[in-house]
Ligand binder design. Sequence first.
Ligand SMILES: Nc1ncnc2c1ncn2[C@@H]1O[C@H](COP(=O)(O)OP(=O)(O)OP(=O)(O)O)[C@@H](O)[C@H]1O
Ligand SMILES: O=C(CO)[C@@H](O)[C@H](O)CO
Length: 460
Amino acid sequence: MAESLVAGVDSSTQSTKVVLCRAADGTVVAEASAPHPDGTECHPDHWWSALSHARELLERADAVAVAAQQHGMVALDGTGEVVRPALLWNDTRSAPQARALVEELGGAKAWAERTGSVPVASFTVTKLRWMAENEPANARRTERVMLPHDWLTLRLGASEPVTDRGDASGTGYWSPAAGAYLPDLLRAALGRDAATPRVAAPGEKVGETSWGAALGAGTGDNMGAALGLGLRPGDVVVSIGTSGTAFAVADEPAADASGLVAGFADATGRFLPLVATLNAARILSAAAAMTGATLAELSALALAAEPGAGGVTLLPYLDGERTPDRPDASGVLAGLTTANATRENVARAAVEALLCSLADAVDHLAAQGVRPRRTLLIGGGARSEAVRALAPAILGTPVTVPEPAEYVALGAARQAAWALAGTPEPPAWPAPPATEHTSDRTAADVRARYAALRDAAPEI
Ligand SMILES: Nc1ncnc2c1ncn2[C@@H]1O[C@H](COP(=O)(O)OP(=O)(O)OP(=O)(O)O)[C@@H](O)[C@H]1O
Ligand SMILES: O=C(CO)[C@@H](O)[C@H](O)CO
């Protein structure tokens, strides 16, 4: 009999990526990708057409699962039609609604205790409130609310609308600790009740595709990456994609009333405390545009500068920021003089700023009891040599860089293999090859200058 193949999908902010793997050990046999339109809202049909580019590859799979960007609001009417383009995790228009919901419904501590997180503009619940206030006709038409991966899974053939613990935990109306929806919060946001997808068990088969492949439940992209990397206790992942995230697997749910750490669930039945930033890999693309360099040239420029960038510091909140919660912020380039205003220093400041912002994220996890023994660096930004070289000193731990791969899609593929196997635990796939990076210097001075700028410019 031919060996089983499984496909994993990462429907992320900027593109769809698909991997086809051997179910037995996760070896990748084929890959495909297609871009999404730019922007912070997107009609789900674009995700479907990007996925359809990989149709031939998908049809070779005996099982499929979809991981996707978390939080996106997919509102459907009574016939299943999409009511408006999905508002994505990086759309900050619902920041005032986030503040109002937190205030109306008991304050930050109460939200953290009930939902594991204090909602900011990224969370689905705040987007529902924005729609209710600004597009009342769309809110009235909305009968069902889903997330990007739920919608794609249904379209691929799920036997009913279904989600998983991981993605449900980013809605703001599901409790990771209780494993249950909180319909009063959804109603308070939307102004009416709406149907929500059933939360599947980890490893469950939730339906079949039109070509007869088993469908796994799917999950959010960060939960997918955790599954694709096979995280162990003491591992902290720092992912540099469109978003920056720092997360770790935990046995107990988190409830951080400061709102810095989101108390998500993972895709295996455990928990995934996570800190997310709005600005990550795009800090490097913006710096590349500023210096007229390619990404590879930007990395070389940054490595040619001295640590500390000659005193140039970037506060990288280019598109507003989520952690810290400054949705209206913009970037600040500080400390420029005629002596230090070089392309090298601007490039270095960008790389240092990206890593300082993520080092802050790791500190927030540590404040919630996560004890990082090593940091795994993944995502498109980890392809930058300068990022890999500067990371150990700025993050303050040894850094393991797994070989560049689509870890979110691989996690979804592992989930598909799990649904196919029907076993209590996911199949054991070997850990990816990785390089280890250490540093004999610390970057306390770089972090201190960054912190001073961050704290001096809270309203910018
Ligand atoms: N060599 C490189 N140097 C710097 N940045 C890079 C490099 N290669 C890719 N990137 C950046 O990585 C980003 C894409 O990363 P990734 O695929 O992890 O993001 P994503 O999955 O779209 O985002 P998210 O997971 O946050 O939704 C792009 O912004 C791209 O510019
Ligand atoms: O908003 C978050 C996490 O809370 C992002 O990481 C998105 O999942 C997009 O990748």
